[in-house]
Design a protein. Structure first.
Ligand code: S3P
Length: 430
């Protein structure tokens, strides 16, 4: 993947696409398939750099994982019995991998040092290690917050009853994965529900887990069993193309086989509130609802984002800001300080890029007010954040001149086929 791209206005997004597998679900498929007893076959697994990092870690831990065809994984699980060793693990750019794996290994009392790239080494980890330490884990952080993270092995954890101080599926999942190895009930109480893939998939793999009114309750040490399934397309990847079709001069796009878990699809509600025409057709609902999305070009109007929708749209704000910049009137987002702790500070990176493209806005500590306008061309820096890079590429659909986007190579962490796909749909990106 090039680290610098030029996107030239073309204006149309028309066609039918299938999106690669969901990143969150693919990570969890590798983790739970590795822990289960027996052979799991995972179809449509995302083969982006982040999931490949998770696969690499479990291979290092001694699990037999084979990529049997383009997107199919065969995992021969270890029945929760990873060998005691001193592991040194590199998670690249992936926050989900490091946070979930810290929970798992801490729960197993396995000694390991975990680190990642420059961006990952700036991401806060106390949010996961604080509850894990309450469970009895022994973990050291760099400067009391960041990777490298060192877990010292050999101890037994006890379950906790935990209220996460921030809305985070990674924190919830780290505690639940640690709870898999505790005798008794681990409870997580969320104020606003975050993505619930871990809960759904633990249940799919035969774990003893219940959720009621935002309270998740897991009984540990019951074992997991292997299962075969197919990963739905990633709604967060589809989001770029959906917004593209709405803001294009001509847009009519059918996205097939996408995950439509309501804890992920806040963007649908936001775009509809702005006036977008979107049709949903649910085609199956096994462990996750899946279906087709059809979106049409149309004008948007600015809105004030309901803060209760933020967790279910958390990864979509970079592309939502592009939609807001194309809307008539002002769009206001507050209460979204979590955006500062993603692969980049997404409020800062998007605000700088939008200003460079001629958009008027006000940045707040916890959000942004964007006045709809017209994109000029210009040169923007995605700062190595895949979702900001893809968002600026989509902005080119409405830009008067080309947009140069720097630090884009991390697009391959979540959507390796993005450039090929958008070029085939009508954009010109080189
Ligand atoms: C994820 C949870 C979210 C999201 C990330 C993937 C997951 O992070 O932003 O891209 O798979 O659990 P937080 O838990 O930090 O909100």
């Amino acid at each position: 993947m090039n680290n610098e791209l030029i996107a030239t206005n073309n204006g149309n997004i028309i066609g039918e696409v299938v999106i690669p597998g969901d990143k969150s679900i693919s990570h969890r498929a590798v983790i739970l398939g590795s822990l289960a007893r027996g052979k799991s076959k995972i179809d449509n697994c995302l083969m982006g750099d982040d999931v490949l990092a998770t696969i690499r870690v479990f291979k290092n831990l001694g699990i037999d994982i084979k990529i049997s065809s383009e997107n199919t994984l065969m995992i021969n699980g270890c029945d929760m019995s990873v060998a005691q060793n001193e592991y040194s693990l590199d998670l690249g750019n992936s926050g989900t991998s490091i946070r979930l794996i810290i929970g798992l290994l801490a729960g197993m009392g396995i000694a390991a040092r975990l680190t990642g790239d420059e961006s990952l080494q700036k991401r806060p980890m106390r949010r996961v290690t604080d509850p894990l330490k309450k469970m009895g884990a022994r973990i050291e952080l760099t400067n009391n917050e960041y990777p490298p993270v060192v877990i010292s092995g050999t101890y037994t954890l006890k379950p906790i009853d935990f209220k996460p101080p921030m809305a985070s599926a990674q924190v919830k999942s780290a505690v639940l994965l640690a709870g898999l190895n505790c005798t008794g009930k681990t409870v997580v109480r969320e104020k606003i529900q975050t993505r619930d893939h871990t809960e759904r998939m633990l249940s799919l793999f035969g774990g003893d887990i219940q959720t009621e009114e935002g309270i998740v309750c897991l009984t540990g040490n019951t074992g997991l069993k292997a299962v075969d399934f197919s990963v739905p397309g990633d709604f967060s990847s589809a989001a770029f193309l959906m917004v593209g079709a709405i803001i294009a001069n001509q847009g009519d796009l059918l996205v097939k086989n996408v995950g439509l878990n309501p804890t992920r699809t806040g963007l649908l509600r936001l775009l509809r509130e702005m006036g977008a025409r979107i049709e949903i057709n649910i085609t199956s609902d096994d462990f996750e609802p899946v279906g087709d999305i059809r979106v049409y070009q149309g004008g948007l109007t600015g809105i004030t984002v309901d803060p209760s929708l933020i967790p279910s749209a958390i990864d979509e704000f970079p592309i939502f800001f592009i939609a807001a910049a194309c809307a008539t009137g002002v769009t206001i987002l507050r209460g979204a300080q979590e955006l500062r702790y993603k692969e980049s500070d997404r409020l800062e990176v998007m605000a700088n890029g939008l200003r460079e493209l001629g958009i008027k806005l006000k940045q707040h500590d916890d959000g942004m007010e964007i006045e709809g306008g017209a994109f000029t061309g210009g040169s923007v820096d995605a700062k190595g954040d895949h979702r900001c890079a893809m968002s600026f590429i989509i902005a080119s659909l409405r830009a008067s001149k080309s947009i140069k986007i720097m630090n884009t190579k991390q697009i391959s962490t979540s959507f390796p086929s993005f450039l090929k796909l958008v070029n085939s749909l009508g954009l010109t990106v080189r």
